[in-house]
Write a protein that binds this ligand. Structure first.
Ligand SMILES: *Cc1c(COP(=O)(O)O)cnc(C)c1O
Length: 387
């Protein structure tokens, strides 16, 4: 019997002995949650991403949800979001009773097009959420101009882009609020985890309150003050990140610069390989940015859109290569079709790109040899499907 090839996922965490030791240390300490590792991780994150403050929360979706609440958004408000993103970017708007309004992406890098975003602004619009898709920063100068002239809050869904820069400035310092995820497929892993980075102490304070039931002090502050009294000022949630997770995050963050370098090296190698393979090419790289390469997205030739892409996808999966498609445009999900009456034609560039994109394996632990296997299998699949 032929041996099944080892599966190469599209993304994967890297966890080493230092990470395990950091977690074990917390497990023997007094604080499993709301302890000293939380503030330590927050300070390290804020410093890494160039923000005055970072507030950690239970996951990236919670980061987006609490960002919407911190901005005071609610029923009657509209928030412009890109069509090509993970559903959570738009779901967070619905969580607070506001309405997501989908804007199209540019056709080459698949980032929110500031001109298209501008066309979606109405008197009800209160904010824009832009996504640094795949890890490449959006046109933040244009987005900041747009937000400033129209009086809107600007939120970065930076879940793909921890470690990216725009005009030399890190993602985390470009919008009013920047949301990150520490899911194992992202740049650093805490199991589940997320953060909101901001320069505004009022917004950071709001996120810290909202993650803790809307209460103004946490358990450790009360213990230190020798008091039982706490004041619940608003309706919050339990979106806390544990000390166990923060210790893991701190340990992971130390390795992030080396991991980003490896992601960039893998991306450069993919670009060289793809230049030799007919039928697939990288997305456009825009000037003035350092890409963080959460995803490596290849775009198949127009004649392979739809059915061809499905056959290439199937051939890669059958050969043990964990390709993926990021993303189904959010407005085409059944829930959004029902809820907002959205459908084909609303964001034609995102819809066209969706038929041709394929995420290839990209993570720091991917070996040169495994990457070469991915490229060989892809080249074979493209030959077969195009032939
Ligand atoms: C991963 C991701 C999220 C959500 O993060 P979770 O930690 O999985 O909740 C939100 N937006 C984008 C663009 C993401 O990739």
């Amino acid at each position: 019997m032929e041996e099944k090839p080892r599966f190469i996922p599209y993304a994967r965490q890297s966890v080493d002995a230092a990470d395990r030791a950091a977690v074990a240390e917390v497990l023997s300490s007094d604080w499993l949650t709301t302890g000293p590792k939380v503030a330590e991780f927050e300070a390290a994150l804020a410093s890494f991403c160039g923000a005055a403050e970072a507030a950690v929360v239970s996951n990236g979706t919670a980061a987006l949800h609490l960002a919407m609440l911190a901005l005071g958004l609610g029923p009657g408000d509209e928030v412009v979001v890109p069509a090509l993103t993970f559903a959570a970017t738009a779901n967070c708007v619905l969580y607070v009773g506001a309405t997501p309004v989908f804007a199209d992406v540019d056709p080459d890098a698949l980032l929110l097009d500031p001109a298209r975003a501008g066309e979606k602004i109405t008197p009800r619009t209160r904010a824009i959420i832009a996504v640094d898709y795949a890890g490449q920063p959006c046109d933040w100068d244009a987005l900041r101009d747009l937000a400033a002239t129209r009086g809107l809050a600007l939120v970065a869904d930076g879940c793909h882009a921890l470690g990216a820069t725009y005009g030399g400035r890190p993602v985390g310092s470009l919008a009013d609020l920047t949301c990150f995820s520490f899911h194992p497929v992202k740049h650093i892993a805490t199991g589940e985890g997320g953060a909101v980075a901001t320069d505004r102490p009022d917004l950071a304070g709001a996120v810290r309150r909202l993650r803790n039931h809307g209460v103004t002090t946490d358990a450790r502050q009360r213990e230190e003050a020798g008091t039982w009294f706490y004041a619940m000022e608003e309706l919050g949630f339990n979106c806390r990140l544990t000390d166990i997770q923060c210790a893991l995050g701190l340990s992971q963050l130390k390795k992030l610069p080396a991991w980003l370098a490896r992601r960039r090296e893998l991306a450069a190698r993919y670009a060289r390989f793809l230049a030799e393979i007919p039928g697939a090419e990288p997305l456009a790289l825009l000037p003035g940015r350092e890409h963080a390469w959460h995803l490596y997205v290849a775009q198949l030739a127009p004649e392979l859109a739809g059915e061809g892409r499905r056959r290439v996808f199937d051939a890669l999966r059958a050969a043990g290569v964990g390709v993926n498609v990021h993303y189904v445009p959010v407005h085409l999900h059944p829930y959004y079709r029902r809820r907002l009456g959205s459908g084909e034609g609303l964001c034609p560039r995102a819809e066209a790109a969706y038929q041709r994109i394929l995420s290839l394996p990209m993570y720091p632990g991917l070996s040169d040899a495994d990457q070469e296997r991915v490229v060989e299998v892809l080249a074979g699949a493209l030959r077969q499907v195009a032939g």
